[in-house]
Design a protein around this ligand. Structure first.
Ligand SMILES: Nc1ncnc2c1ncn2[C@@H]1O[C@H](COP(=O)(O)OP(=O)(O)OP(=O)(O)O)[C@@H](O)[C@H]1O
Length: 274
């Protein structure tokens, strides 16, 4: 599945800088001279200190934000507007609270114009794939956090995204549920062929899931280092954390990440009023 570094990349950020004017009129540069690419079918995790510019990077890929300078390309063409080939999963569940599970999962195909019966059949299949058979008529408030996340995954994968952007999708879940969801994500992704950018604060999660881990500097974000993860697939995250190779890679990347986290922490401490 992984085609890291081969062929035309799915995503390219070329010397991208993105600045904002803050509410008090200051110019804030969130990312600077940022260059990275994601191969077709590659799973890339992005880690960096809090507030360094990870979400800004994702919004540039979506086309929701434009670079101040530099260029963002998808499959070799400049990003222009929202691209239907992109799917998103965020920390907050993007499920419709007033719709049942099956209606949530079928929403994408229905919006795309698929006839109701076909959309429902497809949704039924995805509900089954994410282990929610029997819960089709439940509403989001009747589900656990993990189940709602499964709905969000089905809702996204049903549209066959070529690019999947994930912004701390599992961070609100308890630790055990998170590990199961990570395993489920890998199973769904491995048959999808999607190119993934997965933003997380959790280094173990990044290494367990990804083909490559990109470490960002404390803001303004730029790419500090990129690590290939040589762990074989298929992977089972619930077992992987005790693998000596996994522990070794974690130590190496943490050495790099720690110094950036320290810079970020010291800045936030200095910024705190006495
Ligand atoms: N629309 C905006 N206007 C002004 N500043 C912004 C805007 N969006 C982001 N920023 C600033 O840009 C910087 C990077 O924000 P971003 O959300 O990309 O970081 P992050 O790494 O995703 O953060 P976290 O780790 O907390 O999720 C922050 O200082 C943030 O306050």
């Amino acid at each position: 599945m992984t085609v890291s570094g081969t062929g035309q990349p799915a995503i390219e950020l070329l010397n991208v800088t993105r600045s904002f004017v803050t509410p008090d009129g200051q110019l804030l540069t969130a990312i600077r001279d940022f260059t990275m690419n994601v191969g077709r079918g590659e799973f890339v995790a992005v880690v960096g200190p809090t507030g360094c510019g990870k979400s800004t990077t994702l919004s540039l890929i979506t086309g929701l934000a434009q670079p101040t300078s530099g260029e963002v390309r998808l499959f070799g063409s400049p990003v222009s507007g929202i691209d239907p080939r992109i799917g998103f999963v965020f920390q907050q569940d993007a499920v419709f609270p007033w719709r049942s599970v099956i209606d949530n999962v079928s929403a994408g195909p229905r919006f795309r114009g698929l006839p109701r019966t076909q959309a429902m059949d497809l949704a039924q299949d995805w509900v089954k794939r994410v282990g929610l058979s029997g819960f089709e008529r439940h509403y989001p408030h009747q589900l656990s956090g993990g189940m709602r996340k499964r709905v969000a995954l089905a809702q996204t994968f049903i549209n066959g995204p070529e690019i999947l952007l994930m912004d701390e999708p599992f961070s609100a879940l308890d630790v055990q549920t998170r590990i199961f969801m990570q395993d489920e994500l890998l199973q769904l992704w491995e048959t999808s062929g999607a190119s993934v950018v997965f933003v997380t604060h959790d280094l173990e999660e990044a290494i367990g899931l990804a083909d490559r881990v990109i470490v960002l500097t404390s803001g303004p974000a730029t790419v500090k280092a990129s690590y290939q993860v040589p762990l074989p697939r298929p992977r089972v995250l619930s077992e992987l954390r005790f693998d000596p190779q996994f522990v070794e890679i974690s130590k190496t990347i943490w050495e790099d990440l720690r110094s950036e986290v320290m810079v970020s922490y010291q800045r936030s401490t200095l910024a705190t009023p006495a």
